[in-house]
Design a protein around this ligand. Structure first.
Ligand code: F0G
Length: 460
């Protein structure tokens, strides 16, 4: 039988109870948390859509694999199983685990910076990637297409690079000053939006023309490959693994948070195609940062769970359902007139709170106001991705204004059902219907760095 949305290609073997709270309890908990959902205890959250990172469910194959983990400090058999899987997927020669994505970044990014005054250019750097570029003394430049900032505009590959912008930046900085081009797939910051193969190939051609290395930030590379399959001409009948391999063929280095498309709760990966010298330098740096190169901050059992998860995340039935459940939530919200980034991305629905709450100025954080209202409404935890996250301009000390004031409803993998998503949609529609009356927030304590995590607020 045909279904408008794919059915889950699994059944439930183990459950984790969740509890609803009363409105009164949520009022109290949110006030105690300083009106910052990062400060809530997860026990006080009913449906947690803060992130898709490390929050998914493992399969029974992965739980089984944990039992064969080899906890040897050096030369672990688990490492060699993981290495074989990563080599088969990427075609790259060199593989090292890391404790998570930012662990991989802190090892590789400084090793790619040859001298002072270099830049990395990306479609959009993820926050931790940007942070590691800056900590290493370089600058991070974003060159995403303008269409990604118009949430109502449909574009099948809203995560793409603007190739003219990319070339302008290369020429403006001088190619010898570009440390690398980072292709973030999918492009998390603009809505989990995919990058087309055509765009990846064009970026690669430009990188080769100017002699620059290409890095894939592949946290959600399998979801990106699936979007290429269903949206890009010529890929409909191509297997996901072949598409993924073509993506990797067009780069030199993979940095991956495997907490997403590795389907594990913790872990990261570094893979390098053929630069033996870069690999040797990373091997030296990883020891004091993450650990010996054959465990990189992971237990042997974590590496075995990852070796299995990487394969499961490339299964087409899984991906079809994964992308459809996110689309389902997006469709429910669109049907009720809630403004979201269209089309719906791979891992989350991004709600345009600038449009929902035009009465709230950017420095009173419209998306935080909606996030808090959603929690109060139904115990659903989302996350602000807007001017609060962006922070202050380091030179002027003024609040920077984000391009968009978004609230992200991030869907953990293999975790919630369509009924949960219906409930989330019902709660958000109720909030949206009174969004014009919501008030902004002001700081009672503003943390000096990464302020969205620990700052406290009061409603105005
Ligand atoms: N790159 C991308 C595109 C990411 O989305 C993340 C994490 C990282 C790198 C860093 O990986 O967390 O394993 O150190 N994103 C999470 C999120 C935290 O909620 O979007 P990590």
């Amino acid at each position: 039988m045909e279904n408008r949305y794919a059915l889950p290609p699994y059944k439930i073997k183990m459950i984790e109870p969740i509890h609803q709270t009363t409105h009164e309890e949520r009022e109290k908990r949110l006030a105690e948390a300083g009106y910052n959902v990062f400060q809530l205890r997860s026990d006080d959250v009913f449906i947690d859509l803060l992130t898709d990172s490390g929050t998914g469910a493992m399969s029974h194959f992965q739980w089984g694999a944990l039992m064969i983990g080899d906890e040897s400090y050096a030369g672990s058999a688990s490492y060699f199983r993981l290495e074989a899987v990563v080599k088969r997927i990427t075609g790259y020669n060199y593989v090292m685990p890391a404790h998570q994505g930012r662990g991989a970044e802190q090892v590789v990014i400084p090793e790619m910076i040859a001298h002072h005054g270099m830049v990395f250019i990306s479609n959009t750097h993820f926050d931790t990637t940007r942070a590691h570029v800056e900590i290493a003394g370089a600058r991070a430049v974003d060159t995403a297409i303008d269409a990604c900032f118009d949430t109502a505009h449909y574009h099948p590959f809203k995560g793409n690079f603007d190739l003219a912008k990319l070339e302008r930046e290369i020429l403006a900085h001088g190619r010898e000053n570009v440390a690398g081009i980072i292709v973030t797939v999918t492009n998390n910051a603009v809505g989990g939006q995919p990058v087309s193969m055509e765009n990846i190939r064009a970026v690669r051609a430009m990188a080769i023309k100017y002699g620059i290395k290409t890095v894939i930030d592949g946290a959600r590379y399998a979801e990106n490959a699936y979007f290429i399959k269903i949206r890009e001409a010529g890929y409909r009948d191509v297997p996901i693994r072949t598409i993924a391999r073509e993506m990797f063929d067009n780069a030199d280095v993979l940095l991956m948070s495997s907490k997403k498309d590795g389907l594990v709760n913790i872990g990261g990966l570094i893979a390098i195609k053929d630069d033996a010298e870069l690999f040797r330098r990373c091997q030296t740096r990883i020891v004091p940062m993450e650990g010996f190169p054959t465990y990189g901050g992971l237990a042997g059992r974590d590496m075995d769970a990852l070796a299995v998860g990487l394969g499961e995340a490339l299964e087409e039935d899984y991906l079809r359902y994964r992308i459809d459940e996110v689309r389902y939530l997006g469709d429910r919200l669109l049907a009720a007139g809630v403004p979201i980034q269209v089309p719906t991305g791979g891992h989350a629905v991004f709600v345009d709170c600038g449009k929902l709450c035009p009465q709230i100025p950017f420095d009173q954080f419209p998306a935080l106001a909606v996030t808090n209202a959603l929690y109060l409404e139904g115990g659903v935890r989302a996350v602000e991705i807007g001017s609060l996250l962006l922070g202050r301009n380091p030179d002027t000390g003024k609040n920077s204004r984000a391009e968009l004031e978004l609230m992200r409803l991030t869907i953990p993998r293999r975790t919630y059902t369509f009924q949960h998503l219906d409930y989330v949609a019902d709660c958000l529609v109720a909030v949206a219907n009174r969004a014009g009356a919501l008030k902004g927030l002001t700081f009672t304590y503003e943390s000096p760095v990464l302020r969205h995590f620990t700052s406290r607020f009061k409603p105005l």
